[in-house]
Design a protein around this ligand. Structure first.
Ligand SMILES: [Zn+2]
Length: 614
């Protein structure tokens, strides 16, 4: 299995046209952090050394950090936004709020809130002046950071872990995991070709600077940890991390210090609980899968089955979406729902694990700015999840059907907002999910309808190859798609992502004329698309009539040689009707259907098909 896989990747790469590597500068961070956790007060102190390399052509006069825990205080932006959504109709008279957040923040007591307090901050040894703006720290530097230079920030901070409300926190209500430690340290905001991204935290989506982490966490000896990175002292730690056959030698004292390093990631998460159960499996020399769970709200078996799932899925995942480059991945019980982090996930149950794992490719390795392009993370991940799930269950049905149906419901609701909306600024939570997850996944599947599924797959791999570790944006993806397919596809992004215009085609008439049968199609929706129209005859034979759309400047390769395909002149996007023809008699027709593959997201499918078996 493994050998065949390596060979196919190799031949695939040889067959690709070689493109110039994209040229984009990246800032770089190196964090060294020492954390001392008190499991009685749920407070910790931290020392953070941050080496920051300004690879930009710009002189930086200030820097920004995220202070995410400050969101978990009454009256915060997250609290206020959530309660506002609670008073708005999210559909069917239901409040639009996130059922995990609701009005829980406003009710937090002083020992339940979260905070991150800066005790001191120096740049190259000199104290700096800073302002705390709730979840953002603004630092006006005493000396600017010139282009292509490096500085060191030293910070001391204190924090209190909030009662778990959203993603991070302590003692989450269902799983009873003590610490879900995401968004837990003062984290430098990203500066890129669009400038700073100091996005106040209202509960949604992240963006970070690529770099290396060296994190030492001192905590009560009874607690087991998991998270991002590679444990450096497993033989002092034990808990199943020790090398086989080693006798664990724990140092004296009440606490253990866990040291992790994590190369080339843009965040660092950890979780801790005294009752975690830890199982692991080595999938290859350079990759171990860990599962840390408590048998509280899901069975031990369902958690441990994740090891089989990972082992079975990984070769297919890597062949389809690219190689997983890190040495470990950990499925960890905690948080709420499911949430992705580098090399790890926090899930409330094993059901969310596959989705969160697939984020390793889109959130973890490509790392788009999720605030600006949440659909490029969630949509692509959702697409990948459905595809892997179909592989695992050997299902032959249409794997993306749920995503299409969710998108159709969104359109019918009349509440759709364009995918260019910043993640935080969707008017309704009810509009965010179906847009970003489902319409985003449909984007990928429907791209296969336009360029052909095998070409779409080459696009996904080439996108991964060229843009991993580089924060691609939507235009970057489209350029890869255009180069690999040799088609113009800008129109697809402009309609599907930048607008809420919809697709609707119908078959409006059939007639015989001059010894031929003609079929006229109409474009009713505002978004133009290429058309696959299939005629099935009463004798069981089929014809595929393919009409490209003129903005594509290209033709989709034949996807199914078993069905004869007739290729037409392109349908001009300004024209509302198009006529195709066949030499077969109308009386021979059984079914005429626009897109029997169901990949065209036609919002009114009823008028796509005519059944003529009279
Ligand atoms: Zn997701």
């Amino acid at each position: 299995m493994k050998k065949i896989f390596v060979l196919s990747i190799f031949t695939f790469q040889l067959s690709l046209v070689i493109f110039a590597q994209p040229d984009r500068w990246q800032q770089r961070v190196k964090y060294t952090m020492n954390v001392d956790m008190n499991v009685q007060t749920n407070q910790f102190t931290g020392k953070q050394k941050l080496e920051y390399t300004n690879n930009s052509p710009d002189t930086l006069t200030k820097v920004f950090y995220h202070l995410y825990f400050n969101a978990f205080q009454p009256g915060s932006m997250m609290d206020t936004r959530s309660r506002r959504q609670g008073a708005v109709n999210g559909g069917g008279g239901r409040p639009d709020w996130d059922s995990r957040v609701k009005d829980r923040i406003v009710n937090l007591k002083p020992d339940e809130i979260g905070y991150q307090k800066i005790i001191s901050l120096k740049m190259n040894g000199r104290p700096q002046v800073y302002t705390v703006l709730e979840t953002i720290l603004e630092v006006k530097l005493d000396k600017p950071i010139p282009p292509r230079s490096k500085v060191t920030f030293d910070m001391e901070f204190e924090a209190q872990v909030p009662l778990q409300i959203r993603r991070s926190g302590r003692d989450n209500p269902s799983s009873k995991v003590r610490y879900s430690m995401s968004q837990w340290y003062p984290k430098l905001c990203e500066y890129d070709y669009e400038g700073w991204h100091p996005t106040p935290y209202v509960g949604r989506e992240f963006y970070g600077v690529w770099g290396d982490f060296d994190v030492s966490i001192s905590i009560d000896k009874k607690y087991m940890l998991g998270g991002t990175g590679y444990l450096q002292n497993p033989n002092q730690i034990g808990f199943g991390y020790e090398e086989k056959g080693t006798k664990v030698k724990k140092p004296a004292g009440e606490k253990l210090t866990w040291r992790f390093i994590a190369p080339n990631v843009h965040d660092f998460m950890w979780a801790a609980d005294p009752e975690f159960i830890h199982v692991s499996r080595k999938l290859r020399d350079s990759l171990t899968i860990h599962v840390l769970y408590k048998p509280t709200n899901s069975s031990a078996k369902s958690w441990e089955d994740l090891l089989d799932m990972a082992e079975k899925a990984l070769p297919f995942i890597e062949k389809t979406f690219g190689v997983y480059p890190y040495k470990q991945f950990s499925f960890i019980h905690g948080g709420d729902g499911g949430m992705e982090y580098p090399m790890a996930t926090l899930c409330i149950g094993p059901g969310a694990a596959l989705h969160e794992w697939m984020h390793s490719w889109y959130y973890g390795l490509l790392g788009t700015n999720e605030s600006l392009y949440p659909w490029m993370d969630e949509g692509f991940t959702q697409y990948a999840e459905e595809r892997i799930a179909a592989f695992l269950s050997s299902s032959t049905g249409f794997a993306q059907i749920d995503n299409y149906n969710s998108y159709y419901s969104l359109v019918k609701s009349g509440k759709e907002e364009p995918l260019t909306t910043h993640a935080d600024h969707y008017n309704l939570n009810a509009a965010y999910g179906p847009a970003v997850y489902s319409k985003g996944a449909v984007f990928v599947e429907q791209l296969g309808y336009i360029v052909g599924a095998p070409v779409r797959d080459k696009i996904l791999l080439e996108y991964y190859k060229q843009w991993r570790f580089k924060h691609p944006n939507a235009a970057d993806f489209m350029r890869i798609a255009e180069k690999v397919s040799d088609m113009k596809l800008d129109w697809y992004k402009e309609y599907w992502i930048n607008s809420t215009k919809t697709i609707d085609y119908n078959i409006d008439s059939l007639w015989e004329e001059g010894g031929k049968t003609k079929v006229r199609m109409s474009r009713i929706g505002l978004m133009p698309m290429p058309i696959d129209l299939q005629i099935t005859f009463k004798d069981g034979t089929k014809e595929l009539h393919y009409v490209p759309m003129n903005l594509m400047y290209g033709i989709k390769p034949d996807e199914d040689p078993a069905i004869p395909r007739i290729v037409y002149e392109p349908w001009k996007w300004t024209h509302s009707t198009y006529i195709i023809e066949t030499t077969r008699k109308l009386a021979e027709f059984a079914v005429v259907e626009i897109d029997p593959s169901l990949r065209l997201a036609d919002v009114e499918r009823k008028n796509n098909k005519l059944d003529l078996k009279w």
